[in-house]
Design a protein. Structure first.
Length: 374
């Protein structure tokens, strides 16, 4: 890296991302077309509301949805969609947050899907109503939980959370029969690209994606797609108006333009081609590390259930730990971040998503330096 690079000047060492689109390391990498759209957007003043509308309309068209809205992240999307379900179009209700006594203030979440992102809706003042148990969830439990105070059902569609949950289609069916909205957090659920429209086609009211993960937009962006009147209500809870709970989640014109360009690009990609590249990268990692004595596995689907493979390496019975390998890869030069198996088993993984072609031999060379596995 050049001496005058911003990270050099800050004394910060970047690394190669062979792990995942982790938020804590920057999500993904914006392609030049995205950076260029952001640069152009920054050059001129425009009416932010008009830009919001126009970009929302274009993204809705591109993603085959009734309506769309750019947010400052998928987490902001959670807050805004839930706020919209509570306050609707009513300005008095909009200003009631977080004091929601007497309003529809209950958000239904499967117990097995409870996670840190609860906090993104907690500040609205909602009451979370849990359904199901670690053993499973019944239709009856959902039906009984829906009442006059229900604002919406929040469903986290990542593979780690759906095993003990009701299938999404059943949640939608029950919600429909009771007139309740279903919001799906699909932040990291791309690919497949068709998830951009498949959830809404299945009857989900509002779907949330992260802009800075597979979409490769600015990290501080997210996307809401769904029913027109509900997306309009989400807009009402957001900036630039200053009297909204969403004002701290403002989206700048550069980020709006960046996400728009990223989605345009993502939809133009040859996804079959990307898919076969992922297979090739995984195969290369597996073959090269097998030659170093690692026990290798092609794993599918992706870490949260996405449509791509990755490579898993099993360190059980080798006398070495996945954790120590991760530390050594991270502290070497250049630093490489690898993933650790989520279930805490002694395995690590290499993910093809954010690895560039010229980084593959570098990563393999770093493994060679660690020496063969006995
Ligand atoms: C990453 C993620 C988010 C947050 O996304 P941001 O765009 O960083 O706000 C929310 N929910 C899930 C399931 C995620 O994976």
């Amino acid at each position: 890296m050049e001496d005058n690079h911003i990270y050099s000047r800050l004394g910060i060492r970047p690394f190669i991302n062979a792990a995942d689109s982790y938020t804590t390391i920057g999500g993904s990498r914006m392609p030049p077309a995205v950076l260029e759209a952001m640069r152009q957007a920054a050059e001129h003043f425009v009416e932010l509301d008009v830009l919001h509308d126009r970009i929302g309309e274009r993204i809705a068209e591109l993603t085959r949805n009734e309506a769309a809205m750019v947010t400052s992240g998928a987490a902001a999307g959670l807050a805004l969609t839930v706020a919209a379900c509570i306050a609707g179009e009513d300005p008095a209700k909009r200003r009631a947050f977080p004091h929601l006594e007497g309003l529809r203030n209950e958000v239904i979440i499967h117990r097995c899907q409870r996670n840190g992102f609860d906090m993104t809706v907690a500040h609205l003042g909602v009451t979370i109503v849990e359904i199901g148990s670690e053993a499973g969830t019944t239709a009856r439990e959902l039906e009984d939980a829906i009442g006059p105070r229900t604002a919406c059902i929040l469903y986290f569609d990542t593979s780690a959370f759906i095993r003990k949950a009701l299938p999404l289609d059943e949640v939608v069916r029950i919600a429909r029969s009771k007139g309740t909205a279903v919001i799906v957090d699909a932040a990291a659920q791309l690919p497949p690209v068709h998830n951009l429209w498949r959830y809404t086609q299945r009857g989900v009211d509002l779907v949330i994606f992260s802009g800075g993960k597979t979409l490769m937009g600015p990290q501080s962006t997210g996307l809401i797609v769904g029913r027109k009147e509900l997306v309009l209500m989400c807009r009402l809870q957001a900036g630039p108006a200053s009297d909204t709970i969403g004002r701290p989640m403002k989206v700048g014109r550069e980020e709006m333009a960046g996400l728009y360009a990223a989605i345009e690009l993502y939809l133009k990609h040859d996804h079959e081609e990307i898919r076969s590249r992922h297979e090739r990268v995984v195969e290369t990692f597996c073959n090269e590390l097998a030659a170093l004595g690692y026990s290798t596995n092609r794993v599918y689907p992706g870490p949260t259930g996405q449509d791509y493979p990755y490579a898993m390496f099993d360190m059980r019975g080798t006398g070495r730990t996945a954790e120590s390998i991760m530390q050594r890869m991270k502290s070497g030069e250049p630093a490489v971040l690898i993933g650790l198996a989520r279930d805490g088993s002694n395995q690590f993984f290499l993910n093809p998503l954010h690895v560039k072609d010229d980084e593959i031999p570098i990563i393999i060379e770093r493994f060679r330096e660690l020496g063969p596995v006995e």
